[in-house]
Design a protein around this ligand. Structure first.
Ligand code: ADP
Ligand code: MG
Length: 465
């Protein structure tokens, strides 16, 4: 190591130390290695691109001040980044990573993963703006969860509803509600860092970060949020590493007053495969269920959706719809869309007989069919791998498992023959038989795998609604 560089960096750290918290100092400055000092340029090495972006994002001013105090106005800083894919710790010397603080070109850096919300002033919160409280109709079915949400929005992290866990079946408004809370928090507290993430995306980020050996940074990133919203945590079941990392993040965020909002399709106590230690934490806050809306609420929701689409239909038509579509709000919306198609595409007037026909048709064949392709797609997403890879000849273990699992689920969930399933994978029926056997063997011996498959089946079924 360049002794000169080392001394300069020690001096810089002295400056930095008085300006950041001890935690931040240990986390973000200690791992930096001074490499070289040459012609007023100090080169420092950071562990990975994420680390570099984080420094630039949060500490650029502090670094700049420190450098100019120690080296004078001519002093410059150059980053050297250990690339995440260099398994053997081979250093990636990149000339083009020569950036003075604040003037870097991000696209020259291989980003280990896209972390939503990385930029504080330009937070990509992942929220969809149409999900608001204004258009979330209140009813007995959602009263508790809705009013807890409104309460949280004005004082995130400072109510007794932390965490807020919302649970309920498909299409009952979980995603809408938790997103509405996020949107309302930002409306009332524009400075808060809010992040909405699906459990799927979260899991994929963890897989990526493990590959790139950037797990610590990922955790640090999540722990710095003010509000973390995770949708559909039932999919964490059977994912050991994800659960463990989520548990850490949960604890830290909760301790530091961050608001946590979660949704699940089951009551926490019925969530097989989620750890008791995590579930017991949920008792610190509020767990509220969403139930199927009662008739009056269905009517109110339907009227609201019709209004949104500028549709007018007779009262008896509305009643007919709400008597026949009972379980879930998404289906009510589906009917509204079908009605819209009838008027705008077919030019039909929405009379009672027309409405009746639309509803009957919706009930009888509104459901799509599960296909082998659909299964491949969902399995690929689950393993953060491309469909091409599943269809390739690769014998890598994770690819083989993904392929065999897709075949297994295809047999179980579609009516296709072994032969036709094989064909969809470019293989013959004996390969499918072998795949089914292998998966069954795994299932017999591995409990985690069992719940993983259950979660996958659920997701495949959900993709139809
Ligand atoms: P889930 O996440 O529970 O599966 P969603 O939040 O996706 O359900 O809701 C399904 C659809 O129903 C969404 O388009 C949502 O806007 C709508 N919806 C659900 N509950 C309500 C409600 N109380 N008022 C208005 N729209 C609702
Ligand atoms: Mg949802």
């Amino acid at each position: 190591m360049d002794q000169n560089a080392k001394q300069i960096w020690v001096d810089c750290l002295g400056e930095v130390k008085s300006n950041v918290s001890v935690n931040a100092f240990n986390r973000w400055f200690k791992p930096i290695k001074p490499i070289q000092f040459k012609e007023s340029v100090l080169t420092i090495q950071v562990p990975n691109p994420f680390f570099y972006e984080y420094l630039e994002e949060h500490y650029v001013d502090i670094l700049r001040t420190a450098i100019s105090k120690v080296l004078g106005s001519k002093g410059r800083l150059k980053y050297q980044i250990l690339m995440p894919d260099s398994r053997k710790n081979k250093r990636h010397e990149k000339d083009d990573t020569d950036f003075t603080p604040g003037t870097y070109a991000v696209d020259q850096i291989k980003n280990p993963f896209v972390v939503p919300g990385i930029r504080k002033k330009n937070v990509h919160h992942n929220l969809v703006s149409k999900y608001t409280f204004d258009n979330y109709i209140e009813g007995d079915c959602n009263k508790l969860a809705r009013s807890a949400g409104i309460n949280i929005a004005s004082k995130p992290g400072r109510t007794s509803f932390n965490p807020l866990v919302v649970y309920g079946g498909v299409g009952l408004g979980k995603t809408h509600l938790i997103q509405a809370i996020g949107n309302e928090i930002l409306k009332q507290n524009p400075d808060k860092e809010v992040l909405y993430v699906s459990s799927e995306k979260f899991t994929n980020q963890i897989i990526q970060s493990i590959k790139n050996r950037a797990t610590e940074e990922l955790v640090a990133f999540y722990q710095d949020l003010d509000v973390l919203i995770v949708d559909d945590i039932q999919f964490f079941a059977g994912r050991g590493k994800t659960k463990e990392i989520f548990f850490h993040i949960f604890n830290h965020l909760h301790n530091s007053g961050g608001q946590i909002i979660l949704s699940s399709d089951k009551a926490p106590k019925d969530l097989d495969g989620l750890e008791d230690r995590l579930i017991s934490r949920f008792k610190w806050g509020l767990t509220a269920d969403l139930r199927s809306p009662e008739f009056e609420t269905r009517m109110a929701i339907l009227m609201h959706k019709l209004e949104l689409h500028n549709l007018e239909i007779p009262m008896e038509g509305m009643e007919y719809i709400c008597y026949n579509i009972q379980d879930n709000v998404r289906e009510l919306e589906g009917v509204v869309i079908s009605l819209m198609a009838q008027t705008t595409l077919n030019g039909k007037e929405l009379t009672f007989p027309v409405i009746k026909r639309v509803v009957t048709k919706y009930i009888t064949d509104g459901r799509k069919e599960i296909t082998v392709e659909g299964i491949q797609e969902i399995v690929a997403e689950h393993y953060a791998m491309s469909i091409d890879k599943i269809l390739s000849r690769s014998r890598t273990r994770d690819v083989v498992v993904a392929r065999q699992l897709s075949m297994f689920l295809s047999k179980k969930m579609t009516n296709n023959s072994l032969k036709s399933i094989g064909k969809s994978f470019g293989k013959d029926h004996t390969t499918v038989i072998h795949a089914i056997k292998s998966i069954k063997n795994l299932l017999d011996t591995d409990n985690e795998f069992q719940s993983e498959i259950m979660a996958l089946e659920k997701r495949i079924e959900m993709s139809l609604t």
